[in-house]
Each structure stands twice: as C-alpha cells, then as structure tokens.
Design a binder for this molecule. Structure first.
Ligand code: DCM
Ligand code: MG
Ligand code: MG
Length: 265
C-alpha cells in the first residue's frame, strides 16, 4: 500500500504519524538527560487530510487516535527548572518504574499496531527527543526495528513557514496587502500555498519555531498545559493538521531511519 511512484522515483508514503514528546530531568547540558514522561499519539495520514479538509473554524485533531502516555522514574535528580515547568518531581515519580524492557515492548507494540510505514515526529526531535530516547534504549540493550522512520517537525515547520517568520519576511511586492505588517506586511506565499491565508491569520506573527510559538501562529490561541508530554504531542498534532498535506509531504521527503540517530551522551 505504502509504495507509490511519484515523479519517477519510488517513494514510501508515511501512513501513520506517531507524534512523540518527552519530559526529562533537564536539558542536554545536565547530562545524562533521563526521561520522566513519554507520550506517543498515533494518527493516520488520511485522517489528518480528511480532518483538515472538513474544517470550518479552528483546528483540532482527528477523532481516531491511539495514545500511549507513561510516567517514568528517572533514577536521577530532576532539575528545578524541569520540575517547575513539568510539575514532575522525583518524589511524585518515586513509585513509577524506570525505562525498562517492558516499556520498550509497549512502545514497540504500540508502533506495530498502526498501519505501516510509521514515522515518529517530534518537535526539535533531532537535537533532543530522538537522541534521548535512543540513549534510554541503548542503555537497556534494545532498538526499534529498522523500518521505523523519524522526522523533526521544527525542521519541517521552518521549511514550510520560513517565509512567514516576522524577522525574515519574504517580501514579494506584488503580494503586499494593505495595513499588514511583518509576515504581516506581505501575504506570505507559503501561507497562501497551504491555504492558511486569511485576514485573521495575517494578523498573527510567527516569532520563533518553538512549538508554542508555531502553535499560536497557526491556531491563533495559546497552547494549554504545555510541558505535559501528552498535551505537547496533541498540540504538535494540531499544528500538523493545520499544515495538512504540506507537512506530510515534507515528512515523506525528509524522514530518516530512527536507527540512524545516535544516542545522546
Ligand atoms: N526543559 C528544561 N528547561 C526548559 C525547557 C525544557 O529543562 N526551559 C526540559 C524539561 C522538559 C523537557 O526539556 O521536560 C522537554 O521539554 P518540552 O516540555 O518543551 O517538551
Ligand atoms: Mg518536547
Ligand atoms: Mg513536552
């Protein structure tokens, strides 16, 4: 099912997007970074497309999702900053199991259940979530199968929305619209291509490619309960739904093998 011939090359279209988010003991400089919470939310490609096409007001997520969200005892001190934003403390996680073989089997089984090919998507995944997850797997001597792919939505959003970023507007004088500023000063070609162009959307600046900023830009509201892994994954999925086929085609082209990611540390 997955293989289609497009423009002369055989492409394996992603069928299931597994949106991943990790909460951790801290940032990469507080080595070793350990996972305190992991969430995976799986959505089918066609449901993302259909949901987007059916939209009138606002964007949410497809009805059919599979979700896995687990808290983990990191067996390591959680930084104050990480506890402050995630509301996870060592004390609260005291009776959770560590990242073990059983959890590996759950994650692996979860990804086996959904239509293949599977691509894991995480925001800033290449620099953070993927190498941290790989380090936890490495430590227990496990690996996901080689066919699991991954892609970093931060790269994807940057690619698709660069022209919308307020600091680097892609000024096309033929497209300047009255009374707008920044990406706002121009009608952003990417927005137009992605069918996001509306007066309301143009009032909205893209200040950075951080998930919360992309979310505000695309959804025109504040994200709720950021830094809870499941919420971050769902917020990311909403952004992906908003970009629809544009994002999914970017992922088809740019996904790499999860096993090509080197463990952090
Ligand atoms: N993190 C941190 N300090 C920040 C931002 C994040 O220590 N200023 C760590 C703790 C979070 C993890 O990164 O659990 C993942 O971040 P996010 O919630 O954005 O996915
Ligand atoms: Mg995250
Ligand atoms: Mg998070």
């Amino acid at each position: 099912m997955g293989g289609v011939v497009q423009q002369g090359c055989v492409k394996n279209r992603i069928r299931s997007f597994v949106i991943l988010d990790l909460e951790t003991t801290g940032l990469p400089y507080d080595k070793p970074v350990k996972i305190t919470e992991i969430s995976m939310v799986a959505a089918l490609r066609e449901h993302i497309t259909e949901y987007r096409n059916g939209l009138i007001n606002g964007v949410a997520v497809p009805r059919v999702l599979s979700k896995l969200s687990i808290c983990i005892s990191p067996r390591r001190r959680i930084s104050k900053r990480a506890s402050d934003i995630t509301h996870l403390t060592n004390e609260l996680l005291e009776h959770q199991n560590p990242f073990d073989e059983h959890l590996f089997n759950m994650l692996n089984g979860f990804m086996k259940r959904v239509p293949q090919p599977v691509c894991i998507i995480a925001h800033n995944g290449l620099r953070f979530d993927f190498p941290i997850l790989q380090a936890e797997l490495f430590k227990i001597g496990k690996a996901f199968p080689d066919h699991i792919m991954c892609a970093d939505s931060l790269c994807g959003f940057r690619n698709l929305l660069q022209a919308c970023k307020s600091t680097t507007p892609e000024v096309d004088t033929s497209e300047i619209t009255e009374g707008k500023r920044g990406c706002l000063n121009v009608s952003c070609p990417t927005q137009k291509r992605l069918n996001l162009l509306s007066k309301e959307k143009l009032q909205n600046t893209l200040s950075s490619f951080k998930l919360d900023d992309v979310y505000r830009f695309l959804l025109k509201r504040d994200p709720v309960n950021s830094h809870y892994a499941e919420n971050d994954a769902l917020n990311l999925l909403e952004c992906i739904v908003a970009l629809g086929n544009g994002f999914m085609e970017w992922a088809d082209e740019n996904a790499i093998q999860f096993n090509s990611i080197k463990e952090m540390g």
